[in-house]
Design a protein around this ligand. Structure first.
Ligand SMILES: NC(=O)c1ccc[n+]([C@@H]2O[C@H](COP(=O)([O-])OP(=O)(O)OC[C@H]3O[C@@H](n4cnc5c(N)ncnc54)[C@H](O)[C@@H]3O)[C@@H](O)[C@H]2O)c1
Ligand SMILES: O=c1ccn([C@@H]2O[C@H](COP(=O)(O)OP(=O)(O)O[C@H]3O[C@H](CO)[C@H](O)[C@H](O)[C@H]3O)[C@@H](O)[C@H]2O)c(=O)[nH]1
Length: 351
């Protein structure tokens, strides 16, 4: 057993959507966790909810620091007082359209923040990292399912930051072979913790499908815009590989264990997906079934740059990480609805 509270993990961006769910699983897995987050896209209430979910005993193994990765001093302060065994690096920005409008903001948060993190990790000799990459690095895949050794391509500034950060990780590990880095390429994370206390709480109008559907279901938005209905797919809408956020969280625990046990892992990428594709219309129908709510839709033109069909090859993660997604679309919608109905206005409540 490699997990023990003597193993201390720094989780950057741990107050965010994927971060909170992963921190719960880390604490339950016996790790000690320190979160650093600047609340750019999250709130303190999310961290309080993590404590609520894991209970007072495990909460003793959780520390929180409000800080910004772009400010190297914030990282110095943390690393100079604590020895971390590994870092899970979620902190970053993720909205494609915003990245097109504000590329410098994306380069600052995602690139500068991560470069600072590597510098401070190296200085304090912490050289194990799990990095949040994205299926966006496959661009418009020529073939599906996407396999990890496919040609990579960026479609927008956000995607470019993920692609650059993957390349940066490979370069660092090549030059300094003592680094062990796992790049996790998430497909489409959705769902919520089964307790209904944790979930995705985007600021402003959601960009992604499931948070948008959720806000229609609770009456915050009138209808869902379906972007593209004449794709060459079984029902004309685009197909993605949706993955339950708790499966994703468990994928991070599997990756950490691999980092701790496999000396020559180098810098390796793994897809975290289910290997199954679901269309937009199928997702809407599944959410309607889970929630008992009608989701009015409006058929709209395709979103520029959207791929027709994307789903993961899951073989490598299954074989090498011993990890496989457990949940299907039904559970994703059930848990997302449970979160939505208990928190229709997210963590902060109705404005
Ligand atoms: N959710 C997705 O669809 C998806 C898909 C693929 C990859 N990813 C990647 O996974 C990671 C986590 O995504 P998420 O969905 O949990 O997003 P999120 O916005 O909910 O969480 C990111 C967290 O990082 C924090 N943060 C941002 N910049 C920071 C900085 N400079 N210093 C400190 N904290 C900072 C934010 O406040 C937020 O709490 C991101 O890197 C994202 O690009 C997400
Ligand atoms: O209001 C909406 C939102 C989305 N969609 C459709 O739903 C599908 C999924 O869209 P999302 O925006 O939820 O997810 P994407 O697959 O487009 O991409 C997101 O998840 C990816 C993970 O693979 C990358 O991280 C990417 O950068 C990020 O935006 C797409 O066909 C999109 O056109 C709609 O019809 N209406």
């Amino acid at each position: 057993m490699v997990s023990s509270s003597s193993q201390k993990i720094l989780v950057t961006g741990g107050a965010g959507f994927i971060g909170t769910h992963t921190v719960v699983q880390l604490l339950k897995g016996g790790f000690s966790v320190s979160i650093i987050d600047n609340f750019d896209n999250s709130v303190m209430e999310a961290v309080d909810r993590v404590r609520e979910v894991v209970g007072p005993h495990l909460s003793q193994n959780l520390e929180f620091t409000q800080g910004d990765l772009r400010n190297r001093d914030d990282l110095e302060k943390l690393f100079s007082k604590t020895t971390f065994d590994a870092v899970i690096h979620f902190a970053g920005l993720k909205a494609v359209a915003e990245s097109v409008a504000k590329p410098r903001r994306y380069f600052d948060f995602n690139l500068v923040g991560t470069i600072n993190l590597y510098e401070v990790m190296a200085k304090y000799n912490c050289k194990k990292m799990v990095f949040s990459s994205s299926a966006t690095v496959y661009g418009q895949p020529e073939k599906i399912p996407c396999e990890e050794d496919f040609k990579l391509q960026a479609m927008n500034p956000y995607g470019r930051t993920k692609l650059f950060l993957e390349e940066i990780a490979r370069d660092i590990q090549k030059a300094e072979p003592e680094w062990r880095i796992v790049l996790l390429r998430y497909f489409n994370p959705v769902g919520a913790h089964e307790s209904g206390k944790l979930g995705e709480d985007p600021k402003g109008i959601p960009n992604n499908l499931m948070p948008y559907i959720q806000q229609v279901a609770v009456g915050r938005l009138p209808e869902l815009n379906v972007y593209g209905y004449d794709y060459p797919t079984r029902d004309g809408s685009a197909i993605r590989d949706y993955i339950h956020v708790m499966d994703l969280a468990d994928g991070h625990i599997a990756a950490l264990r691999k980092l701790f046990t496999m000396e020559n892992i180098g810098c390796t990428a793994y897809n975290l997906g289910t290997g199954r594709g679901t269309s937009v219309f199928e997702m809407v129908a599944a959410f309607e079934k889970a929630s008992g709510k009608n989701i009015p839709i409006k058929l709209c033109p395709k979103r520029p740059g959207d791929a027709t069909e994307v789903y993961a090859s899951t073989e490598k993660a299954e074989k090498e990480l011993g990890w496989k997604a457990k949940y299907g679309v039904e559970e994703m919608c059930r848990d997302q609805w449970n979160w939505a109905k208990n928190n229709p206005w997210g963590y902060a409540g109705k404005p």
